[in-house]
Design a protein. Structure first.
Length: 407
């Protein structure tokens, strides 16, 4: 069974202004002292953020239990500090320059990137999927590239910035384009090619270490994983679980095809059909870049980039194509029923960005406050499918020692 781990980032916000509230250090101090959470809670770039790095999972229902338990913890902490907590890509409003967590590395990043940091107030969802080798990881990188714009469209949750509606569903994606690396990575010949080219960028454009590579998907340098980074932080645990299930299934299919067809599989134009809408692996990088910005702009509200045709198609149709494309690995993982339910809900209720805008248009800050309060600890849909008890045996945990620190 392909394993996965999840990293969720959360903002603490002033409930009256929706500005970031710098209480994360106090929250982390309490959680680190708790044996249940100490290894899983890490500082993030901003003093208003906390990150939860899960254990390694095989089952979505087990992951759901853990995600919900942590969300309840930080929701209670937010109450103790008279703030609210939200899982969003950008805070609805922002200070002219953020308060930075006090570490030497983060201060060096501020010096290197200068004015870029003023707008670098964002939270993401990162999904690690286990791989048996870096060669498998590069095969997966190449295979998932065509789907990254659609995943960006499905996960937009940052429509507001500095108190204004941006017109984009993922303003975080737009802001990240300022960094040395961003968007879809290039294709790589093999693991050696990946290592040579990534290390060749070190020292250029503020890329002081490999942990600053900000592509929407990359190989971990410290864990045997491929890491998906395109998603904004998601409103609910269900939203997060859908992303994790899709990422795991994409990697599982890519590795299966690599093992069956060999390393050159990615260069072969797959046979396409209605039942198996395989993408064109040779989509030019400039088209993927344009498709990513399009996804950040429109989300699922209009046409979405279809990797099987290289053009735009109705978003719901492309999402359902992805679901069909992943039917095999989803079935083998036991995730197909849940993913089908969560996809239907996404297409019905809209992205996190759409839900934020609806709340904002109804009642402004008060509407956002109610939305964040209702979504942060909303029970996941795994409850209605199959209840599993979080096992007493310890999973390996994505600890601070092993996880790449990120801006």
């Amino acid at each position: 069974m392909t394993t996965f781990g999840i990293e969720e980032e959360f903002f603490f916000l002033d409930p009256e202004t929706m500005l970031p509230a710098d209480v994360a250090a106090d929250v982390r101090e309490r959680l680190v002292a708790d044996p249940a959470w100490g290894e899983s809670v890490h500082p993030e770039f901003l003093a208003s953020q906390v990150e939860f790095a899960t254990p390694v999972f095989e089952d979505l229902a087990v992951a759901a239990d853990r995600l919900l338990a942590f969300r309840r913890e930080i929701d209670a902490d937010a109450g103790r500090h008279a703030v609210c907590v939200a899982s969003v890509g950008t805070p609805p409003d922002a200070h002219p320059f953020p308060s930075i967590t006090d570490t030497d590395r983060y201060h060096r990043i501020v010096r290197d990137m200068a004015g870029v940091i003023a707008d670098h107030q964002m939270s993401g969802l990162h999904v690690h999927v286990g791989i048996s080798s870096r060669e498998h990881g590069v095969a997966a990188l190449n295979a998932v590239r065509p789907w990254l714009p659609l995943l960006t469209a499905m996960t937009g949750n940052s429509p507001l910035w500095r108190g204004y509606v941006t017109g984009y569903e993922s303003w975080r994606t737009v802001q990240l384009r300022r960094w040395t690396t961003a968007g879809c990575p290039p294709r790589f010949a093999d693991a050696a090619d990946y290592d040579r080219r990534t290390r060749g960028m070190l020292g250029v454009g503020g890329l002081a270490d490999l942990a600053l590579i900000a592509w929407n998907v990359r190989l971990s340098e410290h864990l045997p994983t491929i890491e998906f980074r395109m998603a904004d932080a998601q409103l609910t645990a269900d939203d997060t679980l859908l992303v994790a299930a899709l990422c795991r299934a994409l990697v599982a299919r890519a590795i299966d095809e690599h093992d069956r067809f060999g390393a050159d599989r990615g260069a072969i134009r797959p046979l396409r059909s209605v039942d198996d809408p395989a993408p064109d692996h040779d989509i030019p990088p400039e088209l993927l870049s344009a498709a990513t910005l399009h996804a950040a702009h429109t989300g699922l509200s209009g046409g979405a980039f279809d990797p099987a045709t290289g053009g735009l198609a109705p978003a719901a149709d492309v999402v359902r194509s992805l679901e069909r494309y992943l039917a095999g690995p989803l079935e083998r993982a036991g995730d197909r029923e849940l993913v089908h339910e969560l996809v239907a809900r996404l297409l019905r209720d809209g992205t996190g960005a759409a839900r934020q805008l609806a709340a904002w248009n109804r009642a402004g800050i008060a509407g956002l406050r109610r939305l964040f309060a209702s979504t942060i600890t909303a029970r996941p849909s795994t409850d209605s499918i199959e209840r599993l008890t979080w096992p007493t045996t310890r999973f390996p945990t994505l600890t601070q020692e092993h996880i790449e620190a990120r801006p």
